[in-house]
Design a protein around this ligand. Structure first.
Ligand code: PLP
Length: 359
């Protein structure tokens, strides 16, 4: 078989996708991936390093990461049998789509949202049918419920707070969806710690609700690749059947357990980042050429007719933000992650300088 013949045998929906791609750039101020600007203290890293030095590398990790699951159970307030941990919340989303969707159970997502949903759906052969956010980029529950009514078995995947808009579902909005929709509802809460409504307490009332969370944002641990899902015990037991065995390595397993014993550090950082996000938002609101939206996450979406020139100005000042202008509804938009106060000052100074020069 020649290369072209082999390429032609790849799932056409996958071939039609543009690769998910991020600019690999070394800059002073990196505000393009919604990472936490703060690393963990050296003492905590030493504690993990001591474990890694003595742990046998030739042996598989624990079949069930029970200690980590117990720590997550006390952090989230559910039973440990209601949790599956995985290699990032992205892996959990893949496992969920594999176990919940099917030819008669398509996927409904809102747009604009996290790009990975569409990639996973394409890999599974679904034409993901989007429901658009409202004109002010909030969840349009009426439109969501209309789409669900047409497809009562569909799996509804909602991102709250939503990447890249920052908008979040309220408890009444989510309850109204769960009270009506008869298919599964997955709520991706990767950014929930920054102030959105936490959907986990609703799991007890709704067996069709699954929540996914991550260590990559508020927990300052994107490099660990650790995420988890939560749902009712019997539902989780079924989904767990297709999770790959040993999907998390012993380093991530041990480290995440250690980090969960330092939620005081986590809380301080969340408060700091929320204050910084609000400070940046106030500044963006004061710039006449910039439109910005309220955010419940650690990033802010802005729109400006000078998007390309402003991004270049940032780049000259060694600042990287995310261009999201190719997403549906987001013409001329960029997404700016919240960094440390110094990083945020640099971004705001760069923007102020740009608009002064342009006026
Ligand atoms: C909404 C959303 N969900 C999930 C993820 C992926 O998280 P993880 O690093 O746990 O795979 C991201 C990462 O940016 C995200 O924005």
């Amino acid at each position: 078989m020649d290369l072209d013949a082999a390429l032609s045998r790849i799932n056409p929906k996958v071939r039609a996708l543009k690769p998910y791609h991020l600019t690999i750039d070394t800059v002073d101020v990196k505000l393009n991936q919604n990472e936490n600007p703060f690393d963990w203290p050296a003492e905590i890293k030493e504690e993990v390093a001591a474990f890694v030095r003595t742990r046998h590398w030739n042996r598989y990790p624990d079949f069930i990461p029970e200690t980590l699951k117990q720590a997550l159970a006390s952090y989230t307030g559910v039973d440990s049998d209601s949790i599956i941990v995985g290699n990032g919340s992205n892996e959990m989303l893949l496992v969920l789509l594999l176990s919940l969707t099917g030819p008669s159970r398509p996927l409904i997502t809102c747009q604009p949202t996290f790009t990975v949903y569409r990639l996973l759906a394409s890999g599974m052969g679904h034409d993901s049918d989007p429901v658009f956010l409202s004109d002010d980029l909030r969840f349009d529950t009426t439109a969501i419920l209309e789409a669900c009514a047409k497809n009562p078995d569909a799996v509804l995947l909602l991102c709250s707070p939503n990447n890249p808009t920052g908008s979040a579902l309220s408890e009444p909005e989510l309850r109204s969806i769960l009270d009506t929709h008869t298919g599964f509802v997955i709520v991706d809460q990767a950014y929930v710690e920054f102030g959105a409504f936490n959907a986990i307490p609703l799991i007890a009332d709704y067996p069709n609700l699954i929540v996914t969370r991550t260590f990559s944002k508020a927990f300052s641990a994107a490099g660990l690749r650790l995420g988890y899902m939560l749902g009712q015990e019997k539902i989780i037991a079924e989904i767990n059947k297709i999770k790959l065995p040993y999907n998390i390595n012993f380093f991530s397993d041990y480290t995440a357990t250690v980090l969960l014993s330092h939620t005081d550090i986590l809380q301080d950082r969340i408060e700091y980042l929320v204050k910084e996000r609000n400070r940046m938002r106030q500044f963006f609101m004061s710039v006449p050429s910039v439109k910005t939206w309220d955010s419940a996450a650690n990033f802010i979406l802005i729109r400006t007719a000078e998007k390309d020139a402003l991004m270049q100005a940032f780049r000259r000042d060694s600042i990287l933000v995310r261009d999201v202008s190719s997403y549906p509804m987001l013409k001329d938009c960029m997404r700016i992650s919240t960094g440390s106060a110094d990083e945020n000052d640099r971004l705001m100074q760069s923007m102020a300088k740009f608009y002064k020069g342009n006026s």
